[in-house]
Design a protein around this ligand. Structure first.
Ligand SMILES: *Cc1c(COP(=O)(O)O)cnc(C)c1O
Ligand code: SF4
Length: 338
């Protein structure tokens, strides 16, 4: 993205060239061969890391906060009570291939289960791979319920779809007059910035509905020059940019790390939106930060930053129609124990 605009197809080559084994990732990070348990973790949920992410890693440091998000760990194999395959009730909310109805007024669409990178703490790491949403089915559902004012494309990562199927899906959604906003949840602008070429930006700018891109960045070090160019291109196309992060042990579980993330995001025109408490998915327990510590970090952040740089600290409660503010969720849990 720096210098000349990338040729069409470059992003697909970059995606195809992603590292897919713990051996390759550890070698690229300047670390020794993986332990047997790390290989087993990678067999459960495969490694996937792009070259852009590798550029953001400090070589030779197994505790690097960017690397830690993608490197399989022996701890993933230890069963931990409460950490399950479907922690957020996705399967119960399923309404057909790639369609979930969880939140009032918003339809959740999963056009693909593929991602540009595999994050070890992903709450969908065990989601059964099924067909993505079909444009006609999405449009039919939207026409049947004019109260659905927003469509959230999630996944997987919607921006790993090539332009033709993405264009068909966006056209089907944008063609329903009651849809006011199209939101895209994606890591691609930061982990595969070559994808954010002129054709994609033009496609998003041409939408009738307001386009909101919610990024997923957990640490300021993820934001390099290529990501900066991709975010500038999206902003130039009139896209509203927000970020959601996950609070992760060893990645961003400190006030300086969280403050630096908020400030770096705003430097690129991105507002911090959510800071999620980890969803209890099997294999990710070692990333967890206790609620009391999360609340203390959030309080310290509020004392340090302007309000608009403090993301809402939330938890997803299966079956709820909205995210719960963590402070309220903890109070409710305490009350139910009385
Ligand atoms: C919480 C959540 C949403 C809805 O987000 P809001 O910003 O609260 O509307 C959509 N998709 C996923 C995957 C979520 O976790
Ligand atoms: S869905 Fe998001 S969090 Fe999960 S692996 Fe894909 S990019 Fe990472």
């Amino acid at each position: 993205m720096t210098g000349a605009a990338p040729a069409v197809g470059d992003w697909r080559r970059a995606l195809a060239a992603a590292l897919r084994t713990p051996e390759a990732l550890r070698a690229a990070a300047g670390l020794g061969a993986p332990a047997e348990a790390e290989r087993a973790a990678a067999a459960d949920f495969p490694v996937r890391v792009t070259a852009t992410v590798l550029e953001r890693i400090r070589r030779g440091d197994p505790a690097d906060p960017v690397l830690a998000q993608f490197l399989p760990a022996a701890a993933e194999l230890a069963p931990v009570p409460g950490f399950v395959d479907d922690p957020v009730g996705d399967l119960a909310a399923r309404r057909g291939p790639g369609l979930l109805q969880k939140y009032r007024g918003r339809l959740l669409v999963m056009p693909t289960t593929a991602c540009a990178v595999h994050c070890r703490y992903c709450f969908r790491r065990h989601y059964p791979h099924r067909d993505g949403a079909r444009p006609e089915a999405v449009a039919a559902r939207l026409r049947a319920d004019p109260g659905l004012h927003e469509v959230i494309l999630s996944g997987g990562d919607p921006l790993v779809l090539p332009d033709p199927p993405l264009r068909r899906l966006l056209a089907a959604v944008d063609g329903v007059a009651t849809v006011r906003r199209i939101r895209i949840h994606t890591r691609v602008p930061v982990v595969l910035p070559a994808r954010i070429g002129a054709p994609l930006v033009a496609m998003l700018s041409a939408l009738r509905a307001r386009c909101v891109v919610v990024l997923h960045v957990n640490h300021a070090a993820e934001l390099g020059p290529d990501a900066a160019a991709a975010l500038a291109a999206l902003r130039g196309g009139g896209v509203v940019l927000l970020n959601q992060a996950v609070l992760l042990r060893g990645v961003n579980d400190s006030v300086p790390a969280l403050a630096a993330l908020s400030e770096a995001l705003l430097d690129h025109g991105v507002l911090p939106y959510y800071l999620h408490q980890l969803d209890p998915v099997r294999g990710a327990a070692h990333f967890g930060v206790p609620d009391a510590e999360a609340l203390a970090l959030h309080r310290a952040l509020r004392a340090r930053l302007p309000g608009y740089l403090v993301p809402r600290l939330v938890r997803e409660v299966p079956g709820d129609a909205a995210k719960r503010e963590l402070a309220a969720a903890v109070e409710a849990a305490d009350a139910s124990r009385l």
